[in-house]
Design a protein around this ligand. Structure first.
Ligand code: FEO
Length: 161
């Protein structure tokens, strides 16, 4: 894996946090007692907060990085276009709103496990692609000073969320 100087590496820092969140929800997924109403709800609340943070990350990348790259390269497709995060947020909200009995909790948990695992299987390679494909592209299309400014903006936005 190519390493880029920290001052122009726009992905690795924020991704460290996103991967930490993935680790945390994966651990909670395996430890949550889905028969217990309080545990069930507390896990869904934490998923809501986590996925809102993912969404913010995506928005920052769109505004501060991808839109600019698209203008320069003309060939970059919209890397966050498929809106999986909104679907996941809808799933969690639905669980909090309409799951009432232990039986429903256990059924929902099965679906939740499948969807979360599928999400993780897409999200980790997605971040890897940004780090290994998009970062070199940025190095090609932007000057070092421009990238330094982009990185500053990316970090500033992440720290204010
Ligand atoms: Fe850095 Fe698009 O997730």
């Amino acid at each position: 894996m190519a390493l880029f100087p920290d001052e122009v590496d726009v992905f690795t820092g924020p991704h460290w946090r996103m991967k930490q969140l993935v680790g945390l929800y994966s651990e909670k997924l395996s430890k949550t007692n889905f028969s217990n109403f309080r545990d069930f709800r507390s896990f869904l609340q934490s998923l809501l907060a986590t996925f809102k943070e993912f969404k913010m990350h995506e928005q920052i990348e769109n505004e501060c990085i991808m839109d600019l790259l698209q203008q320069r390269s003309q060939t970059v497709y919209h890397v966050h276009a498929d809106n999986k995060l909104s679907e996941m947020l809808t799933l969690f909200e639905k669980g909090l709103r309409s799951v009432k009995s232990e039986h429903e909790q256990l059924n929902y948990a099965r679906q939740l496990k499948e969807r979360l695992e599928a999400f993780t299987q897409d999200f980790l390679p997605h971040m890897k692609e940004e780090e290994e494909v998009y970062q070199p592209m940025l190095m090609e299309y932007f000057s070092y000073d421009e990238l330094k400014a982009i990185k500053r903006q990316v970090m500033l936005q992440h720290s204010s969320t």
